[in-house]
Design a protein around this ligand. Structure first.
Ligand code: ATP
Ligand code: MG
Length: 449
């Protein structure tokens, strides 16, 4: 992509209402534009990051055996009357009337709708387990939308729903999602810690929030530092091996980790003081088992091996891709801007032409641009005629993992410079060496093991 033909509306200063760094940087880097409170348009640069996150989320859902479908944003209130939630949900739900004065709503979540789809088709335990997910916009009329896309009213969610014959089966489905979540967040470059969360009236131990530690997080959390050194399962993890998954979940739930609401002072006292980490955190995912809460009132039954009818046991599993864009920036930035992990960067690298119009410089830039593109890199080529300082600042702000800087003096000596955005290191190389160096680093890959 040539910057001169791209749509990248950078801002010199962030609007005053942006309170946290991710919100400021997303506005300054031209990633989002507010349309009304808590409702944002995704501009091209922001959309690229969002799509990359979605892709990783989707790949790991698919790997775990979940199956994608797509449900509508607008739902009929009838479904919610069946489950009994229509009146309970309160003001967070955006209620709408269509022209025939039927009660509709903009979905804040999809338990009812997926249960309706399930019960229409699945009648036998032989078709279980089943886990269906979609990645769709949600609307919740949050009391206090704030921090940009971190807590917005309209936001994207990956929500999966598992169906099993009994609790034992549901536990296995829960484990599969738990492990898929570990892998998903690691591939996004994040260290997400699964923390015990409230299970409400269902009780039990099957509810976890996945939390990223960050000073700007809205939750107070308490956990063992041991989590910071734990390695997530590799791509070869066998989602068909229930015992292996149970062992992984066991390992990841043994050290202490709880949010404020679930904090247990007695258990905390058993964590040795140097290992105690009390911090702020951002919830990026939430998984829970809720038994027959929806299947019983909505009559989602299957015939079991005993020939009798059973209300299916369900779980639901959410991830917020739009919130994740902000959470990743909270984790990866410096005073000059964003430092994208390679797996979600909007472009793999940027080429800065320091002297557009000078034939020798243009030739080196064009050649690298073409070769890197052919090699599979997504390249943003700054071919515009801003002054050098502004170009450097813009490239640092948008945070692409690598910069290739091509100027007249270097070109005269047969050299270009490459800069790594994450650590600021620079190398002066021939254009061929630079190409090979970038090639060796590769495009977004899966993390090893
Ligand atoms: P919170 O406690 O932050 O309001 P929640 O418990 O309401 O979250 P869930 O219903 O479990 O969240 O939704 C699943 C995921 O959707 C969350 O983990 C989060 O990543 C995302 N999410 C929820 N609400 C919002 C929001 N208002 N803006 C952006 N993302 C959100
Ligand atoms: Mg909420």
């Amino acid at each position: 992509m040539r910057l001169s033909r791209y749509f990248l509306p950078l801002l010199k200063e962030a609007p005053r209402e942006a309170e946290i760094v991710s919100h400021r940087l997303m506005l300054r880097a031209g990633m989002i534009r507010q349309q009304s409170a808590g409702i944002y348009a995704w501009l091209p640069l922001g959309l690229r990051v969002l799509r990359k996150i979605e892709t990783i989320v989707r790949q790991e859902q698919d790997r775990s055996g979940a199956i994608e479908l797509l449900m509508p944003t607008i739902q009929s209130a009838d479904l919610w009357m069946e489950s009994g939630r229509y009146n309970d949900y309160g003001k967070e739900m955006l209620r709408i009337q269509d022209r025939a004065e039927r009660a509709m709503l903009f979905g804040p979540t999809n338990e009812e709708m997926i249960t309706e789809i399930f019960r229409a088709y699945v009648k036998s335990y032989k078709d279980l387990p089943l886990n269906l997910y979609h990645i769709q916009w949600k609307f919740r009329d949050e009391l206090r939308p704030r921090f940009g896309v971190m807590r917005s009213r309209e936001f994207l969610m990956k929500d999966a729903y598992s169906f099993d014959l009994d609790e034992a089966g549901a536990r296995q489905s829960y484990h599969r999602m738990f492990v898929a979540y570990l892998r998903t967040f690691a591939r996004l470059g994040l260290q997400a810690i699964p923390m015990r969360a409230d299970t409400g009236p269902i009780g039990g131990d099957l509810s976890h929030e996945f939390i990223i530690l960050a000073d700007t997080g809205e939750s107070q959390v308490f956990c063992d530092r041991a989590y910071l050194d734990m390695r997530v399962p590799g791509a070869d993890v066998d989602f068909g091996d229930g015992a292996a998954l149970a062992r992984i979940v066991e390992a990841w739930t043994t050290p202490y980790a709880a949010t404020d609401e679930m904090h247990d002072e007695a258990a905390w006292a058993d964590v040795v003081p140097p290992a105690r980490l009390s911090a702020r955190g951002i919830e990026v995912g939430h998984i829970f088992y809720f038994g027959t809460k929806y299947s019983a009132p909505m009559k989602a039954h299957v015939t079991g091996p005993d020939g009798r009818d059973h209300a299916v046991h369900m779980g639901s599993y959410g991830i917020g891709p739009t919130r994740l864009v902000a959470a990743i920036i909270e984790a990866f930035h410096d005073e000059n801007g964003i430092k994208w992990p390679r797996s979600v960067a909007p472009f793999d690298l940027g080429i800065i032409n320091m002297k557009p119009g000078e034939a020798a410089v243009d030739a080196v830039c064009e050649d690298l641009y073409a070769r890197l593109g052919t090699a599979g890199f997504d390249v943003l080529y700054d071919d515009g005629d801003e002054r050098a300082g502004a170009k450097f600042a813009a490239m640092d702000l948008i945070g692409l993992p690598w910069q290739v800087i091509v100027g007249p003096r270097g070109v005269a000596e047969g050299r270009v410079e490459i800069k790594n955005r994450a650590d600021g290191s620079r190398q002066t190389l021939t254009p061929d060496e630079a190409f090979n160096r970038l090639l060796a680093d590769g495009t977004a890959r899966e993390p090893a093991g």
